[in-house]
Design a protein around this ligand. Structure first.
Ligand SMILES: Cc1cc2nc3c(=O)[nH]c(=O)nc-3n(C[C@H](O)[C@H](O)[C@H](O)COP(=O)(O)O)c2cc1C
Length: 157
């Protein structure tokens, strides 16, 4: 079976979590579409700002590659910014091809609360005709370990 994992990361916590989940998906061939903000802190903030303004030229290739057609499962991993996913999540929803009817798993990484992010993502995904079958809020103030992500991956596998 095949799984697509689309994730967004600024500081690396969501990337780490996405890869830990994937490591447990032994029954799946996993394809990643990583959206990683490049550069140092100030460059990342600049890119984040561009994205929030709807300027996505830096990630056109990633956005154009979003196609669920060949996948049995689609994962979305987003950080929590102000109890929501980053604005780029909207663009991902807009650009995702062959998405209707797909089984979807969502997760967020957060420091205080990621509940609103998951609710928000689920609503948008289901509005596109896909079904959220599982979700997880990886919430830790400091260090995000891999243990819970691997357990979650095993459960899905
Ligand atoms: C601008 C900004 C806003 C954030 N807002 C929240 C928030 O509302 N709730 C929360 O729990 N964490 C919040 N965080 C913390 C991030 O969700 C958390 O560190 C996340 O794991 C970062 O993921 P990343 O390392 O993949 O970029 C915020 C971080 C930033 C930079």
């Amino acid at each position: 079976m095949k799984a697509l994992i689309v994730y967004y990361t600024m500081a690396g916590r969501t990337k780490k979590t996405a890869h830990a989940i994937a490591s447990a998906l032994t029954n799946y061939e996993v394809t990643f579409v990583p959206i990683e903000l490049p550069g140092n802190f100030f460059q990342k903030i600049q890119v984040f700002d561009d994205f929030e303004k709807g300027k996505f030229s830096l990630i056109e290739d990633e956005l154009n590659s979003l196609d669920a057609a060949n996948f049995d499962l689609v994962f979305f991993g987003m950080p929590t910014y102000g109890n929501k996913p980053p604005g780029t999540f909207h663009e991902i929803m807009k650009r995702m091809k062959n998405f209707s009817g797909k089984k979807v798993i969502i997760f967020t990484t957060a420091r205080f609360t990621g509940k609103g992010t998951l609710e928000y993502m689920k609503e948008k995904i289901e509005a596109e005709g896909a079904v959220v079958i599982n979700q997880y809020n990886f919430r830790r103030f400091f260090w995000i370990g891999k243990k819970r992500a691997i357990e979650f991956g095993k459960e899905i596998n």
